[in-house]
Write a protein that binds this ligand. Structure first.
Ligand code: FES
Ligand SMILES: [Fe+2]
Length: 423
């Protein structure tokens, strides 16, 4: 990692950041900035943790690890999903050590304080008679389950209003019936890069043509954009929209980033194109139809929850994306593939065909993001200008800077008209 500039100061870094340019080097490299990212963004936004089928029964739990924090995600006796910081209220030990399991209560392995599945301290071993364990419950996280997808917000007080997000994207997510789906497989791609390089890469397709031959062959919009704009692709979207209108499943794009800066998001549905019915190498179905779909209509739905999560659905499978910041230069990229609840591997689908597009694409993305970080770490790195095709990344960096900027200072006495002369 390069030596930080003398007088490293986040305010002056933000002040000298040029609009329309990539971020200054320390935003991608420095642990101090990563800590600020955690405080201002990662801990205050909804994060995707996993699919509900990971914890089907009361007492089932798994650990969700993000930026050095460990979160216990469990199902309580009433069937509700709850989440707690994995930090004992006695002397701070991790309470759960195994990454997943089944428990009747949570017992700390250090001195055996124990907690109910509602997080309350039910036994503070060794404390004197009359000790009140009530204030020593596990610290909770906000939880919202949306169509079988578990979202957490580590901050209890600052969680964005999930109902606003859900209301916007419901038409795009609901037809897939993700809540009934089963996990076909998951794959993790540890990526040696700052989380913002991962997100920036995911939010633009300017790299698709040179880096993703499989993705380019699959999606018609890639070549359309490469040749100067949607052009004929707009027409193809309209024609496809008319064709599927009677199905009641929406087509189109809805973007709410500007009106909900707390946590930008969008939902959209469009045709894959190139004569493809789903996201396989030959475009032919990979698995049984999911949810409300009655035919392989060649559509492709996306729910993007900025900055670290996407749900990508074809008629016969869904790919969930979870980007987990680990430290300033490490991000875990995890993909989870879902299929119809009754689909059986071998009989109903072939895993290789099902995962082909996003496996190949993510292997390539991991490589190009790693190379991006290596270049950004150079002493000769300087912020570079975005292409027109990367306008969305410019929006991402502008949003990021707004999020980590210090709040506007309170008006000074002079500023509100009661300066020294008026006092
Ligand atoms: S640290 Fe958990 S019981 Fe002591
Ligand atoms: Fe990519």
């Amino acid at each position: 990692m390069p030596t930080p500039p003398d007088g490293f100061d986040v305010r002056s870094l933000i002040a000298r950041q040029r609009p329309g340019f990539t971020l200054e080097q320390p935003f991608y490299t420095r642990p101090e900035i990563f800590a600020r990212d955690f405080d201002r963004i990662i801990s205050r936004k909804w994060l995707f943790a996993d699919h509900v089928s990971r914890i089907p029964n009361p007492g089932d739990y798994f650990l969700y690890e993000v930026a050095g924090e460990s979160i216990i995600v469990l199902r309580d006796p009433e069937g509700e999903v709850r989440a707690f910081f994995n930090v004992c209220r006695h002397r701070g030990s991790r309470v759960c050590i195994q990454p997943e399991g089944h428990v009747a209560r949570l017992v700390c392995p250090y001195h055996a304080w124990s907690y109910g599945l509602d997080g309350r301290c039910v036994r503070a071993r060794g404390m004197p008679p009359g000790f009140d364990p009530e204030p020593y419950g596990l610290h909770p996280c906000r939880v919202h389950v949306f169509h079988g997808l578990i979202y957490l917000c580590l901050s209890w007080d600052d969680a964005p209003d999930f109902d606003v997000i859900a209301g916007h994207v419901e038409p795009y997510v609901a037809p897939q019936r993700i809540e009934r789906a089963r996990i076909a497989c998951r794959e993790t791609f540890p990526t040696d890069a700052n989380w913002k390089l991962v997100v920036e890469n995911f939010r633009e397709c300017a790299h698709c043509f040179p880096a993703h031959p499989e993705y380019t062959a699959t999606y018609a919009y890639v070549r359309a954009c490469e040749h100067g704009g949607p052009g004929g692709y707009d027409e193809a979207i309209a024609t496809w929209g008319e064709r599927i209108e009677s199905s009641g499943i929406p087509a189109g794009l809805t973007m709410w980033g500007d009106s909900f800066p707390d946590q930008p998001h969008y939902g959209r549905r469009r045709p894959i194109g190139n004569g493809r019915r789903t996201l396989t190498a030959d475009g032919e179905p990979a698995a049984p139809l999911m949810g409300d779909f009655k035919e392989y209509d060649g559509g492709d739905s996306v729910f993007w929850l900025h900055p670290l999560h996407a749900v990508w659905g074809a008629n016969d499978h869904v790919t969930l994306f979870r980007f987990t910041p680990v430290h300033a230069q490490l991000t875990d990229v995890e993909l989870i593939w879902l299929v119809h609840e009754d689909a059986q591997e071998g009989a109903d689908y072939d895993l290789g065909r099902l995962t082909w597009l996003w496996h190949e694409t993510t292997v390539a993305d991991t490589r190009i993001i790693n190379d991006n970080q290596k270049g950004v770490n150079s002493r000769r790195y300087r912020p570079g200008p975005y292409m027109e095709l990367e306008a969305s990344v410019g929006e991402v960096t502008a949003w990021y800077l707004d999020q980590i900027r210090d709040p506007a200072p309170l008006p000074t006495r002079a500023g509100i008209g009661i300066g020294a002369g008026a006092a």
